[in-house]
Design a protein around this ligand. Structure first.
Ligand code: G6P
Length: 672
């Protein structure tokens, strides 16, 4: 979702913030902004910003009486991409070694200069950037407005800035005639005027309901950044005499690999000499406002992994990485001789897994589609019932968790708010909660009782590709492991492992053999208004995923459907303008899918089939056939999805769409 980056040290902050924002842009990108603490001489450069949100203005309040150097708050922000902010920032360079920056994905208020972050308090001396949602912002806003606060934006974040301002500065309240209302807040202590920024932030956060990852700076306390987390990730970077804060480690790994992960209900005060962490409010675990010691951890992530490496888009790079990422998902996990696998993060839970009467999978988006295929795999080979549910649905009904149920949350980012909440709900009801996650150290990874990393490396393209096939690889390992605990023979286990081992090469072959054909296909279908995707069995979720990919990045309406269900509705849509992608490898339901193709042809639909190499039968029926190598039915989705990823990519680029940053979407959805 939105991206946060902050810097305090001895270098110019602006270039560090801007390059960090570029790395975070994939998370959300309708606007961007930064706040710098600038040391001023007798002249005040700027300390607020004008109502159009574009340029900082000098409100003339900040010169010290004796003409000494003082600190001004400079804010630059605008609607649009980070490059627009860069141009703005370069037009009037500002200097400062402390600052915060933000890329926004709108929740409250349309994307606009004014709604962009950072937001300031009433005095325009405090600036805040925020990921998440303050749910009770309207009631706080009304209270503050009644006391004379004026708000420039429609955002919940600005309200939080004002609330922090109230707690921070008694003189501000006097200055705005608000002192008579102070008691209404009910939290102000007699020494309010001497409150630290940290304390002001903490008290304000105790009033808000919602989720947040925030970073706050103040011109009156220019040697610190205060940040806090509840439901929206924050990682602190420990450099050599310099410190960072970011919503995502990719923003700071160019500078340091030493990090501290903040957990929910924790906050940090970062100065040039170190980081102090404490809890925010009493939550049953702590009394609130207690100092805590957090471990410094090392992140293993190569810079080149988050760069495009010669590809035009991250999405294309990630599609092409799949032979390697699938190998990485299996690496060190296969026990060839035993026809089994060993998943380190599940070793402590083998008993529970062996006895589990049922597995419950929860996920969102592409990860949910992987989970659907996982259900088919596990039920076929381990004969354990698996229920799967969208995390957003699971968390708000009253799901049944019974004795011994084991829950799996699947998430690329490990931060999706709904998946995290569903996992917590499952745990509360007594389930063992395990994660299948890509981002190491992410919240789901940390809060799970155990789990498996998919090791796909950073996925930057908003449309998930390599994470999907890595999730499927891990789910097939899990199916083998659970199968071997129950009914699967060593011989069958070995055969599955053998098929798995051959996959990376087959994925490479699929890429090599189909890419050119798909580019041409994309040209012919780029102007279609609708697409239908059909599949059965293991490839029904692949149809869902193919349709999702196309929608996400090319904005063409597409529907995925179980092929046989087509007769119960979508068939009415089929005419000579409708391209229908049918995923039809030679598996148990192949013949049935051929009949479905006939039904489409009879209504003049254009059939693009994904079929097994050597299948001549389908050639006679479909207008276009894209061939994939033969493999075990369970593993066909890992191959059949590749042409669908390429098809959506090339259609989107042929339509001139921004593939890596599709409109309205965010990579990691940290709000519900
Ligand atoms: C967003 C992304 C999707 C992703 C989904 C779930 O919608 O754009 O690509 O599949 O979130 O994300 P997760 O990180 O939990 O897998």
């Amino acid at each position: 979702m939105c991206g946060i980056v902050g810097y305090i040290g001895n270098r110019e902050a602006a270039p560090i913030l801007l390059s960090g924002l570029h790395r975070l842009e994939y998370r959300g990108y309708d606007s961007a902004g930064l706040a710098l603490l600038e040391t001023l001489g007798a002249e005040v450069r700027s300390s607020g910003f004008s109502s159009n949100g574009k340029r900082p203005v000098d409100n003339g309040q900040r010169t010290s009486d004796n003409g000494q150097r003082t600190t001004g708050l400079v804010i630059e922000k605008c609607k649009g991409k980070v490059t627009a902010l860069e141009t703005l920032a370069q037009s009037t360079p500002h200097h400062g070694t402390v600052g915060i920056g933000h890329t926004r994905w709108a929740t409250h208020g349309v994307p606009s200069d004014t709604n962009s972050h950072p937001h300031t308090d009433q005095s325009e001396r405090i600036a805040i950037i925020h990921n998440g949602i303050i749910e009770n912002y309207l009631s706080i806003k009304e209270r503050l407005a009644a006391r004379g606060h004026t708000f420039r934006s429609e955002t919940d974040t600005e309200v939080l800035a004002h609330l922090i301002g109230e707690y921070y500065s008694e003189s501000e309240i006097r200055g705005t005639g608000l002192d008579s209302h102070v008691s209404e807040l009910g939290h102000r202590s007699p020494d309010a005027g001497h409150r630290t920024l940290t304390e002001a932030v903490r008290l304000a956060l105790n009033e808000v309901v919602g989720t947040y990852g925030i970073a706050v700076v103040s011109a009156d306390s220019p040697e610190e950044i205060v940040c806090a987390r509840n439901g929206s990730p924050l990682v602190l970077g420990v450099g050599d005499g310099e410190y960072f804060v970011a919503s995502d480690a990719s923003a700071i790994i160019a500078h340091t690999r030493q990090v501290i992960y903040l957990a929910d209900n924790e906050m940090a005060t970062i100065t040039r000499s170190g980081i102090k962490t404490r809890t925010i409010s009493a939550d049953g675990l702590s009394g609130g406002n207690e100092e805590i010691t957090k471990p410094v951890e090392r992140i293993e992530m190569e810079l080149e992994a988050i760069e495009k490496g010669g590809y035009e888009h991250f999405m294309l790079k990630e599609i092409h990485e799949q032979p390697r990422t699938i190998t990485d998902a299996m690496r060190g996990r296969i026990l060839e001789e035993e026809g089994n696998v060993k998943l380190g993060g599940l070793q402590n839970h083998l008993q529970e897994l062996r006895r589990a009467p049922r597995l419950v999978i929860t996920a969102c988006g592409t990860s949910y589609h992987a989970g659907l295929i996982g259900k088919y795999m596990i039920e076929q080979y381990a004969r354990v019932p698996v229920t799967i549910e969208y995390a957003s649905e699971f968390r708000y009904r009253n799901p049944i968790i019974e004795e011994g149920d084991v829950m799996f949350g699947i998430s690329q980012s490990g931060e999706t708010a709904d998946t995290l909440a569903a996992m917590r709900e499952g745990k509360r009801k007594g389930a063992l909660a395990l994660g299948i996650v890509n981002v190491v150290g992410s919240t789901i990874a940390r809060e799970s009782d155990g789990g498996v990393y998919i090791h796909a490396g950073p996925e930057i393209g908003v449309a998930s590709t390599k994470a999907f096939t890595s999730q499927l690889t891990v789910l097939s390992l899990l199916a083998i492991m659970l199968g071997r605990m129950r009914h699967l023979s060593v011989v069958d286990g070995r055969a599955m492992i053998h098929a798995l081992r051959e996959l990376p090469e087959k994925v490479q072959k699929t890429l090599d053999d189909t890419e050119r054909q798909i580019m041409e296909l994309a040209e012919s279908f780029k102007n279609a208004s609708n697409f239908l995707y059909l599949g059965r069995g293991y490839n029904y979720p692949v149809a869902l995923e193919g349709a999702l990919k196309l929608k996400e990045i090319s904005y063409i309406h597409a529907e995925g459907y179980p092929a046989a269900e087509m007769k119960h509705g979508p068939i009415a849509l089929i005419d000579e303008n409708m391209p229908v992608v049918v995923v039809a490898p030679q598996d148990d339901v192949y013949e049935k899918v051929l009949s479905n193709i006939q039904e489409v042809r009879a209504r003049k639909g254009h059939v693009i089939a994904i079929a097994t190499e050597g299948d001549t039968k389908i050639h006679a029926l479909a207008e276009q056939v894209i061939y994939i190598p033969e493999t075990l039915a369970m593993l066909t989705p890992i191959l059949s999805v590749i042409p669908l990823q390429l098809l959506s990519y090339y259609i989107a680029t042929a339509r001139g769409c921004n593939v890596d940053q599709p409109r309205n979407l965010a990579k990691s959805v940290t709000v519900e």
